[in-house]
Ligand binder design. Structure first.
Ligand code: ATP
Ligand code: MG
Length: 378
């Protein structure tokens, strides 16, 4: 028993030393060994003590998995390729599971309102992507990914599709929950696979939706998924003209700081709720090709302060249905009227609260603060 305990302790010490030397392969080896001896200790004891050994061993196994992913991402590219070839196989069957079969047809002009956001996207995303040589000529730094943040339902996902539409790029629309796996190390593998797939296209947009589920802060150690993401996006800067990484979240404050630095998801774009002008534009967009009595959307826009883009879309949908039902009941052609909207407004409540807006604004303001705003130098 004490020999096993000694061995466990020996390996834990060796793992700690390797971790300090940043030798993750060695740290992985010794952590896994320590877990193995831990399980033997559990076998040799019983009751509460056995349970404690098991819990401890499980924690070591989890850490070992994270160290293994870290070691793989640290290895030279060829070695990584070899490991991947040896470990894929049946996984290849699911190869294109994330790519959308059809390229999106939406364009930025379809995104109603949000003029500042669209201008920023054209300048920071579309133009650099389409004309990298011009940026290179003037030594204007480009590259890295884009983080869109803001309250739900204001067009982040819609904008991502429109960007892919503008760039005529293959579109990978991936929700974090599709990547996340309960097994240790699997999430990192999925992420690697996704990036590999996207890179096979001459031009691709990789959209990571609800990215806070994937890249949340986890103390000071950069291991696991965050480490994997950092190593994958380090290669981005060299590949700016073929792959664009876009991400969206409505909890930006949850993200690991390293992930939102320049070069990674370094450009931050706030997609807030539409103002009255934008709401009018969304109404016009939702009501295009629909028979209305010709009333102006301005009046409805003025009555829907605090409504998100999705709320407005739902409102329009309800108004259309009210007119449709009237037509079905009367058997005569009907038009969507102001009264239909007034009725619909009673049933659709605004989903954006001033409290949640403040939270986004203060996150943004901290980031915009010029003095001592952290080391962004990597
Ligand atoms: N600016 C806009 N122009 C036109 N339609 C919009 C706009 N904003 C939102 N919408 C409508 O609202 C729907 C929901 O928007 P979307 O899914 O893009 O929001 P989101 O910001 O991604 O929300 P979440 O944070 O919940 O994922 C869109 O499919 C679209 O119908
Ligand atoms: Mg969305």
């Amino acid at each position: 028993m004490s020999w096993v305990a000694d061995k466990k302790r020996e390996n834990e010490t060796a793992a700690e030393k390797a971790l300090m030397d940043k030798d993750y392969a060695k740290a992985f080896f010794h952590t896994a060994k320590a877990a193995e001896f831990g399980l033997r200790l559990a076998e040799e004891s019983n009751g509460k003590i056995a349970r404690r050994y098991v819990e401890d061993a499980l924690e070591l196994i989890q850490i070992a998995g994270e160290l293994k992913a870290k070691a793989q991402s640290q290895a030279p590219a060829e070695a990584r390729e070899a490991v991947r070839e040896a470990t894929t196989g049946e996984e290849d069957a699911a190869k294109t599971q994330w790519e959308l079969k059809d390229k999106p047809t939406e364009k930025l002009d379809d995104v109603a309102g949000l003029d500042d956001v669209k201008r920023e996207l054209r300048e920071k995303v579309i133009e650099p992507f389409l004309h990298p040589e011009a940026y290179e000529r003037f030594k204007v730094r480009i590259g890295g990914g884009i983080l869109m943040y803001g309250p739900p339902g204001n067009g982040k996902t819609f904008i991502a599709k429109a960007i892919a539409g503008e760039l005529d790029a293959a579109f990978f629309n991936v929700n974090a929950s599709q990547i996340k796996d309960k097994y240790v190390g699997e999430t990192e593998k999925n992420l690697q696979k996704l990036f590999d797939e996207a890179r096979q296209h001459p031009r691709s947009v990789l959209f990571l939706d609800e990215v806070d589920h994937l890249l949340a802060k986890r103390g000071n150690r950069k291991i696991g998924t965050v480490a994997q993401f950092l190593s994958l996006t380090d290669g981005l800067i060299r590949n700016t003209n073929c792959m664009l990484v876009l991400a969206a979240t409505n909890k930006p404050w949850v993200l690991d700081e390293a992930v939102i630095r320049p070069g990674r998801l370094g450009t931050h774009i706030y997609v807030g709720p539409p103002d009255a002008v934008a709401r009018e534009a969304i109404i016009a967009y939702q009501m295009r090709d629909v028979p209305t009595d010709g009333h102006s959307g301005a009046d409805i826009a003025a009555r829907t302060d605090g409504y998100s883009g999705a709320d407005i879309a739902e409102l329009c949908d309800r108004a259309k249905r009210i007119a449709l039902n009237r037509q079905l009941a009367s058997g005569e052609d009907q038009l969507v009227s102001v009264d239909d909207f007034t009725e619909a407004i009673k049933h659709v409540r605004p989903s954006v609260t001033s409290g949640s807006l403040k939270q986004f604004e203060s996150w943004r303001d901290v980031r915009l603060a010029p003095a001592g705003a952290g080391d962004d130098g990597d």
